[in-house]
Design a protein around this ligand. Structure first.
Ligand code: KIV
Length: 258
C-alpha cells in the first residue's frame, strides 16, 4: 500500500481492507514493512510495551521523536503514523502544530491525536498547515484516569451517538483517518459508512476500513495479558525465553564458545 494518503481514500472506496501494526524500533519496523503491513504506527503504547509503564501518560515528545526516527529509517513502503503523546498537543492548536512538526521532521507521514469534539479546532488548524491527522476516538488510552481504567466506550445509545457525531465533525475538520478503539462493532461500522475517510479499528469489530493491533500482542511478546480483542499469532516470549535459556545453559556447560 502506498505512502500517498490519497491511495488510502481510494482503497476505502474500492472496499480494500488495510492493515496497521505498531512498531517502536528498527528491526521490528523492518520486519513489519517486509511482511507487507500497509501502515506502521509508532504508538505511545511504547511506554507500556517497551517501557513497562502501566499506561501511556508518561511518554514524552522526545521519546516519540526518537522512536519515530528509528522506525522511519527502517520503513520503505508502509505509511508511517506517529502518536502525539499526552501533554504535547491539548493546550492549543499552536502547541499541537509545534509537536506535529517535530514528529514529521523525524519521519512521520501522519500524526495521530486522541480526543473527540474538543480536538475539532486543532484538527482543522493542523490540516490547514500541511499536517495530515488521524483522529483517535473511543477508548483513548490517554484518558484512562478520567475513564477509571481501560474501559470500552460507546456502550449507551447516547455515548454511541456522541462517538458518531465526533467522528463526523473530526472528518469534516480535515482528519484524514479516524481510529476507533474498543467501541461496539455496529457503531464503528456506522461511522465507517458515514465518513468519507478511511477508518481504522482496534477492538471495534470487522466493519472498519483498516485494522490496527499492537505488535507485542500479535507476536506474543506482551508478557502481561493481551487485551481480549487482540489476536496472538505466535508465542514469541516463550520461544525467545527458550533460546535465551539454551544460551545460558550452553555457557554454563562450556558448550559455547566451542
Ligand atoms: O499507542 C497505540 O499503540 C495506539 C493503538 C492502541 C491504536 O494508539
Amino acid at each position: 500500500m502506498s505512502k500517498n494518503i490519497g491511495n488510502w481514500d481510494k482503497a476505502k472506496r474500492e472496499g480494500r481492507k488495510l492493515s496497521f501494526i505498531t512498531a517502536y524500533d528498527h528491526p521490528f519496523a523492518r520486519m513489519a514493512d517486509a511482511a507487507g503491513l500497509d501502515g506502521i504506527l509508532i504508538g505511545d503504547s511504547l511506554g507500556m510495551m517497551i517501557g513497562g509503564a502501566p499506561d501511556t501518560l508518561g511518554v514524552s515528545l522526545e521519546q516519540m521523536e526518537y522512536h519515530t526516527a528509528i522506525v522511519a529509517k527502517a520503513v520503505q513502503k508502509a505509511l508511517i503514523m506517529a502518536d502525539l503523546p499526552f501533554g504535547s498537543f491539548e493546550e492549543s492548536p499552536a502547541q499541537a502544530f509545534a509537536a506535529s512538526a517535530r514528529l514529521m521532521k523525524a519521519g512521520a507521514e501522519i500524526v495521530k491525536l486522541e480526543g473527540g469534539a474538543p480536538m475539532v479546532e486543532t484538527v482543522a488548524f493542523l490540516s490547514a498547515r500541511a499536517v495530515p491527522v488521524c483522529a483517535h476516538i473511543g477508548l483513548t488510552p490517554q484518558h484512562v484516569r478520567q475513564f477509571g481504567g481501560f474501559k470500552r466506550q460507546g456502550k449507551t445509545p447516547e455515548a454511541a451517538e456522541r462517538l458518531i457525531e465526533d467522528a463526523i465533525a473530526l472528518a469534516q475538520a480535515g482528519a484524514r483517518m479516524v481510529l476507533m478503539e474498543a467501541i461496539p462493532a455496529d457503531v464503528a461500522a456506522e461511522i465507517t459508512r458515514r465518513v468519507s475517510v478511511p477508518t481504522i479499528g482496534i477492538g471495534a469489530g470487522p466493519g472498519t476500513d483498516a485494522q490496527v493491533l499492537v505488535l507485542h500482542d500479535v507476536l506474543g511478546l506482551n508478557m502481561d495479558r493481551a487485551p481480549g480483542f487482540a489476536r496472538t499469532y505466535i508465542n514469541g516470549a516463550a520461544l525467545m525465553q527458550e533460546a535465551l535459556t539454551k544460551y545460558a545453559e550452553d555457557v554454563r556447560a562450556s558448550k559455547f564458545p566451542e
